[in-house]
Design a protein around this ligand. Sequence first.
Ligand code: NAD
Length: 323
Amino acid sequence: ALFAGRTILASSISKSYTQEISQKCQTISSSIMSPKGKKPFLVGFLANDDPAAESYANWTKKTCEEMGFEYQLRRVQNKDFLEEKIIEANNDDAVDGIMIYFPVFGDAQDQYLKQVISLEKDVEGLNHTYYQNMYHNIRYLDEQKTKKSIVPCTPLAIIKILEYLKIYNPLLPVGNRLYGKKAIIINRSEIVGRPLAALMANDGCVVYSVDVHNIQKFTRGEGLKFSKHHVEDLGSNTPELLKQLSLDADIVITGVPTDNYKYPTENIKEGATCINFSFHKNFTEDVKSKAGLYVPSTGKVTICMLLRNMLRLIENKYQNTSS
Ligand code: NAD
């Protein structure tokens, strides 16, 4: 009989984290880290009238409450006041985490807003310090290695999915667990594709990073000789080069934000793992005639990682005051 791959849903993957997160949330709420015994408190800022952002906000609230967190949505009618509102929340000791539903202005000003959230409350991990640590493969914020750096939550979710699928080999040392694997990622945005390529390459993977224009290779070099990834240009994004690299890839990750884009099934290596993080279906119905494992969406895991990041921020804050 012909082999057909398995679909693994984000909801099943997130279940393996919900218990760990709610338990830790409870421990923190009833510990010295929460002096008044209050629940970790996340504030989301919504300054657009995008129905997608609205539903994401509702969904964050639901997940927060299910897992023992407190959540509040703060709507800001006039975008120009958003910065002040964020600063207020930065200065409010009752608030443990802050996130913004993007796009707000839809241009470079959004980059500025990301940096307004204080480092200590940035649950999505969008601060420049966290990005720089990630790109440089620096895993702690302090020299004593007591405070772990925060990883942006969407690429982190995909890393956790790869761990769940056992693509990360736990028999290899931490930091090299993707050694010998090759991946292709169709998306090189600064919010998902590029950080993801860097994270995977830092863990030992050879990554072909594809955007509309060209293809790059992210790697730590032969025998993992570099301590962080290097980037090489491989040339324009042509169907020939794409097919050649794709047929060599154990992992295919797509994030193309359009309905009409479909990853060619004939380019998938037999038994490869296929993951789509775009809100649009980037694989066709027959993907499992080639893929061994197929993950059609990742959003539910992303929200878990957001809450996991928040617990880490609280622990880091406690490290600050206790040392
Ligand atoms: P973006 O528009 O910033 O980036 C899109 C990337 O895809 C770019 O690098 C672009 O060059 C590349 N691309 C577009 N068409 C291509 C093609 N035909 N071939 C090769 N590359 C192509 O978008 P984004 O912010 O990275 O978001 C991408 C998708 O992921 C969206 O659907 C978004 O909603 C979704 N998303 C999901 C999550 C989640 O948690 N699941 C989080 C963030 C974004």
